[in-house]
Write a protein that binds this ligand. Structure first.
Ligand SMILES: [Fe+2]
Length: 154
C-alpha cells in the first residue's frame, strides 16, 4: 500500500539518511557503554557500573525509537553492525581504558550523538518532517544532559 503522510519520496529519503546516521552513532555508543559496564575497574566500580547500565538501557530504547521512525517513513531499519560501525564517528577502543578515560570517552560519545541529532534536526525541519525533528530534539536533549553528567563525574 502506498505511503501518504504529506512527505514526498525525496523528503522521506532525506529524513531517513539523517536517522541512519543518528542510529549508527547511538549503536556505537550503546556498544561502548555496555562494554564499559562489564569491564570498568577501580574504587568507583559500583557507581560507574550502575551509571553505565542506566545509560546503555536508555540508548537501547532509543535505537528502537529511531529504527521504528525509519520504518514509519517507509524504509527498512539498519541491521548490519559492520555498516553501522563504518557510518559512526564513535569508534571501538583498541584496549580497555581506565575508568576516567571511560567516562571521558562516553562524554565525547554523547556529544557526538548530540551533534548528529542536531544536524538531523536541521535536515528534518528544512524538509517539513516535524515528527522526525521532534525525535531529533529529544535525542539531542538526552545526549547533552548525559554528557554533562559524565563530564562532572571525572
Ligand atoms: Fe550487567
Amino acid at each position: 500500500m502506498p505511503i501518504d503522510i504529506g512527505l514526498t519520496d525525496a523528503q522521506r529519503e532525506k529524513s531517513v539518511e539523517a536517522l541512519r546516521k543518528l542510529f549508527a552513532e547511538t549503536y556505537a555508543l550503546y556498544s561502548k557503554t555496555h562494554g564499559y559496564h562489564w569491564n570498568v575497574t577501580g574504587p568507583n566500580f559500583n557507581g560507574l557500573h550502575t551509571m553505565f547500565e542506566g545509560q546503555y538501557n536508555e540508548l537501547w530504547a532509543a535505537l528502537d525509537e529511531i529504527a521504528e521512525r525509519i520504518r514509519a517513513l517507509g524504509h527498512f531499519a539498519p541491521t548490519s553492525p559492520g555498516a553501522l560501525m563504518d557510518l559512526a564517528s564513535i569508534k571501538p577502543d583498541n584496549a580497555i581504558p581506565d575508568s576516567q578515560d571511560m567516562v571521558a570517552n562516553l562524554a565525547k560519545g554523547h556529544e557526538a550523538v548530540s551533534r548528529a541529532a542536531k544536524e538531523g534536526l536541521k535536515i528534518a525541519a528544512d524538509n517539513g518532517d516535524d515528527v522526525t525533528a521532534d525525535l531529533m530534539t529529544q535525542r539531542a536533549t538526552i545526549a547533552e544532559k548525559t554528557a554533562w553528567m559524565l563530564r562532572v563525574s571525572i
